[in-house]
Design a protein around this ligand. Structure first.
Ligand SMILES: [Zn+2]
Length: 407
């Protein structure tokens, strides 16, 4: 009996020692080698140094060809996060053109899929004065961090391949970016629709500023709705195209507005026609594809240029020939969006009388082809994936109602 008791005590002692040492391991402080800026959510040129226990200073790098534009803060903690409360002080010394903290919130995640908003502490206007992030005590060892509600190229590829499995979706690979990543266009329509293809409305949605991720989640919401049971009628009467990201090399570098060649993504349209010499590589590929669609039996009716700036979603339209003729006035679409948007995620639709800079993707196609175009801005203040996607559902549902019947 005595020996059994002794054995029992010994076992208990050993297991408590193991337990303590495990706790010790979990409470190990983070070190700079636990961080990487080179993953799917990356930030080219960022450097990190230790200030104190779980407290680090990060200095951001800049965009290609733009020493005054910071790359957005994105990183991964590869290990040892569990049990630690991280403090990051972030700086950029090149200028304030596009601040890393300009929308008050960024996001962190344990799996790169479910994101939690995190608020910048100071919301400083000068990037050189720095701003701080205070994270809650982590419960897992691996952590992802990104700009707005982030979307990596790997996320894009995964979702595109998933959507492509739907019998009414068709995934086109238009070409490769300079970094060798696919440029995708997803096409959604019911191939067995009783309406001939050339009678269907054609909607086109594209993202030109690759770090404006909230706009990409807006589009993901549109796609999910279209491919759901709610989208059955719309899929019969329309064809919808989605370019979820025109510069797929950007998320792994934290590039906000550019690709490798450093040309602002929304200053890259060539109104005289796609031009291999004058346009950035990726913009040329996408515009050439758009011109192919325009020359086909199913030309685009309305083209949406999807962006993020402050506030809620803000659509601004350049009216094309179907509006107020075959279809009711544009104000009808404004009313429909209002009715579908009880939570006011979208500002009332507005119009612009005249296009401005034709190198913008919301102006250029209107001038080149005379079609309806929409600059769809905003959502910088929408801080969750769920609400960004919900705003897309409202827009898609409203377009399905407004673009009634067929052409
Ligand atoms: Zn933009």
């Amino acid at each position: 009996m005595k020996r059994i008791k002794l054995l029992y005590r010994t076992v208990m002692l050993i297991s408590s020692v193991i337990c303590l040492s495990l706790q010790g391991a979990n409470a190990r402080e983070l070190s700079t080698s636990d961080f990487t800026f080179d993953g799917p959510f990356g930030s080219a040129g960022a450097t990190i140094e230790r200030v104190g226990a779980n407290h680090f200073k990060v200095v951001l790098g800049h965009a290609p060809e733009h020493p005054t534009w910071c790359n957005m803060l994105q990183f991964q903690i590869l290990q040892n996060a569990k049990g630690n409360r991280l403090r990051l002080d972030v700086y950029f010394f090149g200028g304030d053109a596009y601040r890393f903290n300009h929308y008050a919130h960024s996001s962190w995640s344990y799996d790169g899929i479910d994101w939690h908003p995190i608020k910048w502490q100071k919301e400083t206007q000068k990037s050189s004065e720095g701003d701080t992030l205070l994270f809650p005590k982590f419960e897992k060892d691996t952590v992802y961090f990104g700009h707005q509600v982030p979307m990596s190229y790997e996320n894009v590829r995964g979702m595109m391949e998933k959507w492509d499995k739907h019998p009414h979706a068709k995934l086109h690979i238009l070409g490769q970016s300079l970094g060798g990543r696919n440029i995708y266009r997803l096409e959604i329509t019911d191939p067995k629709s009783p309406h001939p293809r050339n009678r269907r409305w054609v909607h086109y949605f594209g993202n030109q500023h690759p770090g404006e991720h909230n706009a990409q989640w807006r589009m993901a919401g549109m796609i999910d709705w279209l491919l759901s049971d709610a989208g059955v009628d719309c899929r019969r009467r329309s064809i919808s195209h989605f370019i979820l990201i025109m510069y797929p090399d950007a998320p792994s570098h934290g590039w906000y507005r550019v690709g490798l060649q450093g040309v602002d993504g929304n200053r890259s349209y060539s109104v005289k026609g796609a031009d291999k010499q004058k346009q950035p590589h990726e913009a040329y590929i996408v515009q050439k594809d758009l011109e192919m669609l325009m020359a086909s039996e199913t030309p685009v009716t309305d083209l949406w240029s999807m962006h993020t700036w402050g506030g809620v979603v803000e659509p601004i339209m350049l009216v094309g020939p179907e509006i107020g003729t075959k279809l009711p006035a544009w104000t009808r679409l404004k009313e429909i969006i209002r009715q579908n948007d009880p939570d006011k995620l979208i500002k009332p639709l507005a119009i612009r009388e005249k296009p401005s800079n034709t190198a913008h993707w919301n102006n250029g196609p209107h001038v080149q082809f005379g079609i309806t175009t929409v600059l769809c801005e905003g959502a910088g203040n929408i801080i969750t994936k769920k609400e960004n996607m919900a705003s897309g559902v409202i827009l898609m549902k409203s377009l399905a109602q407004y673009y009634k019947d067929t052409k």
